[in-house]
Design a protein around this ligand. Sequence first.
Ligand code: SF4
Ligand code: SF4
Length: 724
Amino acid sequence: MNTSFQLHDFVGGIHPTDNKVQSTNTPISFAGIPSKLILPLTQHIGTQSKPLVSPGDTVLKGQLIAEAQGFISANLHAPTSGTISAIEARPVAHQSGLSDICIEITPDNNDTWVERTRITDYKKCDATQLINAIQAAGITGMGGAGFPSHVKVSADPAQINTLIINAAECEPYITSDDMLIQERAQDVISGIHVLAHILEPKNILIGIEDNKPKAADALIEAIEKDADTPDIQVVIIPTKYPSGGEKQLIQILTGKEVPAGGLPSELGIVCHNLGTAYAVHNAVIKGEPLISRITTITGNACAQPQNYEVLIGTPVEHLLNISNTDIEKTSRLVMGGPMMGFTLDQIQTPIIKASNCIIAATKQELPDPAMEQACIRCGMCTEVCPAQLLPQQLYWFSKSSNLEQAEAHNIADCIECGACSYVCPSNIPLVQYYRFAKGEIKQTNEDKKKSDRAKIRFETRLARQEREQAEKDAKRAARAEAAAKKQAEKKAAAAANPEGAVEKKIPTADLQLLQKKFDATKAAVAKSKDKIAALEASESPDTDKIELLKGALEKAQTKMKDAAKAMAEAKKAEKATSTANADKGDPNSPERLKNKLELAQSRLTTAQTRLDEAKAENSDKVAALETAVANQKQRVQDALKALDESIQQTNQQNTTEIKVDTEALKQKVLAAQTRVDKASERLNMAKEQNLETVGALQTGLEKQQAKLDEAKATLASATLEDAK
Ligand code: SF4
Ligand code: SF4
């Protein structure tokens, strides 16, 4: 009991007429097996489940017919045995009124169960085994948006200290939880035990409004009966809409506010719907997946308002029939409650796991919405908003599609309770505007995610291309740098070794000039000597003139020596250049040997000149110079011989090459002949068959023949050359 429990309140809220009594006077009945069951693949938040059956397949009750795709998804089971009669788009229970893929089962009315796996002692199981069992049973939230329950129970026990079971059932008309508790409280408590075993909370609280005294008593009785019950507290809370909102119930029971955009687990709290606890009991203790639920059928057009145990997939039409609902009197058919539910356009729409109520309302009961008026800025919507939002501003932002501002004003925290619409004197369907804006924001965010992913892909590709280009540039720069370095090294080497770097060639004209100069000075010396000798031999020698001539002779001899020296240096430089160039090739090549010969001849000339000078001066070096001249003459002879041999060898090689070329030309002629033969053959065949290609083949043959003639002529010419 909650006699000593400290309750809190949440801001806002309203007190609409609850209209619950009508459907609580009759016990829960089984709605029976309809002629068709329509099972949408999306009955939950998250990824659509994937069908495991095909039309024509027979299935058993409880058989898995569509499996979850990913963690946030849910399994789907056959609610009874029968045949898969279709898998196609059908109208589904959604405020959009759109169709979605459904599996249709035609029941065989045998209601034959698949083999069930029960867990006899859940206390011996670890949390993972039990979570797996909940996941396998396809359990989703039974009172809200249908969040897969295994995700919620996967919270880390170390982070959780309070388990809250939501039995508030605050919305008018809906009594499914109320009647479930009244009739099956023990099973509900059993399911809470299993959840507590998984989550190991310190506190377990069941929040129930004070307009359900019988249900509260049933819970307390069930808890007292169960000796093994952990400390579960039934907390009776004041009736106020929407106390059953998750965040509002948490605030009432704990005084804690879930932060905007946050989750209860951040406060160490996990909150489950009471119907979910019952489904967990069925899954773990009885081995039954979620294939049915308790649904309230009510409204003034319904002759027998009550709660039914309904197979998931049962068309609403079937429920209207068994509850003697007058379709003619029904002006609005609502799935869910009058505050958060939505109008159904088609009575074939099936019951899904989250369908807690169907209201067949008369015109007086739920009149058509009055004409929407302009907002008078009365602020009543703000006063009742349990999420502490600014509904009036959200309305303006939504209406003007100012989604950025709507987001900035926390439209995501709107629980769509409808309290603002309920009090609005201008009859503005505020929640409809919010739903539209939320849908737009969701779409925009998804588009942005897609575009961000595309942008990341593009930028990654761009970065890769830039990286590759940079690598190429770096390699190119490195090559250029290496080349420049090599060039610089070459230049440096050339600077360090000018002789090698600059092949200074003494022009031939200069050498000839020097030779002429030398010859002239030599002639002048000889002439002066002759004149002196003639004067000295005369009977009365003119001594003054002789002395003058001797002075001139000395000058001429000096000039001759200078000219000889300059010429010798010039020849030496030319020789060095020639030798350096010649050294680069084959030492026995005709070119190298020719250079060698020229060098020897040059040395011979120099030696001969020195010998002549020595003789003219009667020098004592004459004998040595004569030997040097003789040796140099021998070197010239040797160089001449080596050059002749080299020239002969080169001629022989050339002859061999000519022979090789002749052989290649013969092969060429043979190949050309073969092509001519083939072309001729093709042409003949084409002529025999009178083909259109005759003309083209004739041209081809002529071309091949021309090539053959050319090859033959070349061969003949080469053969003639060879013979020479
Ligand atoms: S309750 Fe209606 S009229 Fe009043 S401020 Fe809100 S939206 Fe405007
Ligand atoms: S529908 Fe949204 S804005 Fe309106 S009262 Fe409820 S939570 Fe507030």
